[in-house]
Design a protein around this ligand. Structure first.
Ligand SMILES: [Mg+2]
Length: 268
């Protein structure tokens, strides 16, 4: 079971370079950004922390996050690509080279055909048209699929040769070997000139569900917002710490713990 936030050593909090955050059900509630979380993101950025958003949502969404939010980098489609602003110019990066991305599209066409044939009632995510590298199915956004159906869908995806991951809203067919942790590490190296392998203990990761497991495992200072509890039984790697509040209010609780500690140590 994860520990409360108060167990994070003060010196660990004081040494943080930045915060990496999931989006759905980590800073949102019922699909909307929570005011507390957005305010906390601004406060973290104002205190000099670097911010990275990482989501299973489309790259079309990470473009918007990079444009509008106080983040240095926004990683989308569970690590498949990323966006950042240089002045007023939006930059894009991808986990795979162009040739590999074309082959991935063929693999996803196979998954799409197979799922349409075997599980015709399953619908692709409403945001699929904004995706460039993965294929997502709605399992919990506008529908509430039974766990057995989700498991069957994941099995079908994997049988067709793609990898699978699932968030609180979507099941994803992932045609490459990326995940949130690998995507964030590669993006941070490319855009921020930061090494999130060797400096992984200086970056806090916060998330809530299955597609955050790789990042919970990679970052020693990993935090689950309270609602992660409903996914703990199925998480291959749980977070080290857990907030008392859920969703965006849990994010705020984490941010206040980070900022309070920096105040005590005089910040830097
Ligand atoms: Mg989430």
């Amino acid at each position: 079971m994860p520990n409360p936030l108060s167990h994070i050593p003060r010196e660990t909090l004081a040494a943080l370079e930045g915060v990496i955050s999931d989006i759905d059900d980590t800073v949102t509630r019922d699909g909307r950004m929570e005011a507390e979380a957005f305010d906390a993101m601004h406060q973290l950025a104002a205190a000099g922390l670097k911010l990275i958003a990482v989501t299973g949502r489309p790259l079309g969404w990470s473009d918007v996050a990079a444009h509008l939010w106080p983040v240095d980098l926004a990683v989308g489609e569970n690590g498949a690509g990323w966006a950042w602003m240089t002045g007023r110019t939006l930059g894009h990066g991808y986990y795979q080279e162009a040739g590999e991305r074309a082959a991935s599209q063929e693999l996803l066409s196979g998954v799409r055909a197979r799922v349409a044939d075997q599980m015709p009632s399953i619908k692709t995510a409403g945001d699929q048209y904004l995706r460039r590298c993965d294929l997502a199915y709605d399992v919990g956004e506008t529908v509430s699929l039974a766990q057995d159906d989700i498991d069957r869908l994941l099995h079908l995806i994997e049988e067709t040769g793609a990898r699978s991951t699932v968030s609180s809203v979507h099941a994803h067919a992932v045609p490459g070997d990326w995940n949130k942790a690998l995507g964030v590490v590669r993006a941070a190296r490319a855009v921020l000139d930061a090494d999130l392998d060797s400096e992984r203990d200086r970056w806090l990761f916060i998330g809530d569900s299955g597609n955050d497991a790789a990042a919970f495992a990679h970052f020693p200072v990993s935090v689950g917002v309270r609602n992660v509890e409903q996914h703990l039984g199925r998480l291959s790697s749980p977070p080290t710490y857990i907030t008392q509040a859920d969703r965006g209010r849990g994010f705020q609780e984490m941010a206040m713990a980070v900022l309070r500690n920096r105040d005590r140590t005089g910040g830097y």
